[in-house]
Design a protein around this ligand. Sequence first.
Ligand code: GAR
Length: 199
Amino acid sequence: MQKPIQLAILASGNGTNAQQISEYFAQSNDVRVNVIVYNKRDAYVATRAQQLGIDAQYFNRHDFFETDNVLHFLQDRGVDYLILAGFLLLVPDNLLRAFPNRVVNIHPALLPNYGGKGMYGHHVHEAVIANHEQFSGITIHVVDNRYDCGTTLFQARCRIDANDSADDLAAKIHLLEKAYFPRVIEAFVLNRPMPVAEL
Ligand code: GAR
């Protein structure tokens, strides 16, 4: 039997996506969450990792951008793919070179709209609501060295009702993330057909 594909999840905050991905692959023979890497000392994702029994490792900005510490750590652990799940730093060039086409990000909007620097988490939902959009959604894409660019793998939409607040929209987006992000990762790394979005 082939060795399972090894994922490293990179996260900066709460870690709901990191948890959902870890739970999804817990029973898989083909894909394994090897480690969760985080870049904010007090990130709640570290607590989630502990509860899930998954190794977690903190690295600071210096480690990421001025050294090869993160790269060597990931290589030593035999990681194959990097999954950005609410990871708010640009991915450094040394990682992009070492993992070509093997870095995947989720963005909580329909890129190319509402992407770019500063557009993360709640900021995205507030901007979408302020513009009275009728739809938002998620974009899952391969990462290059710009914010929120790179080949799109998958998008799914949700409807925004007239009275929806940014919090309401965030809840809808989290449901989409839960429904699709783990399955899209699985399809991508195993070279299988992508799930089909409902809306
Ligand atoms: C998620 O909604 C993710 O799409 C978003 O941050 C949130 C992290 O939540 N990512 C971005 O905005 C990237 N530009 P989580 O920590 O609970 O998974």
